[in-house]
Ligand binder design. Structure first.
Ligand code: THU
Length: 135
């Protein structure tokens, strides 16, 4: 994937991260999705005093993509607040897979800018997919 596009997504994820509502964990996460249509959508984690209602940054970004009318992910970047890659939680892996192919790239970026690329197929092998609903 083109480095300029990745950098654009990284900047978008960092910007979204600044809006994180995470007073309970103090863990600010940002995410940016590039859709197949070439649009960029971003999101941050949104926590709640009722802890289980908190939403991950990836879910916010994917919700923005769907709200914007797009249904396919070309790439996604997840920005961590420290120098460890923030891998998506199990639920978010499933949410990404809903709109992605096995080879869709997922880039984790750290606070200092280190990029860790993987695919959603690596993060979530044997994903449950809509094809399973057909039979
Ligand atoms: N979080 C994300 O937003 N994305 C991830 O990939 C992992 C965790 C959020 C959820 C919660 O608001 C905080 O980080 C601590 O778990």
């Amino acid at each position: 994937m083109d480095n300029n596009i990745i950098q654009k997504l990284v900047e978008s994820a960092y910007e979204a991260q600044t809006h994180s509502h995470s007073p309970y964990s103090g863990f600010k996460v940002g995410a940016a999705v590039l859709s197949k249509n070439g649009n960029v959508f971003s999101g941050c984690n949104v926590e709640n005093a009722a802890y289980p209602l908190g939403q991950c940054a990836e879910a916010t970004a994917i919700g923005a993509m769907v709200t914007g009318g797009d249904k396919a992910i070309e790439a996604i970047v997840i920005a961590s607040p420290n120098d460890e890659a923030c891998f998506p939680c199990g639920g978010c892996r499933q949410k990404i897979a809903e709109f992605a192919a096995d080879d869709t790239p997922v880039y984790m970026v750290t606070k200092s800018g280190s990029l860790h690329p993987v695919t959603i197929g690596e993060l979530l092998p044997y994903a449950f997919r809509d094809t399973a609903l057909a039979s």
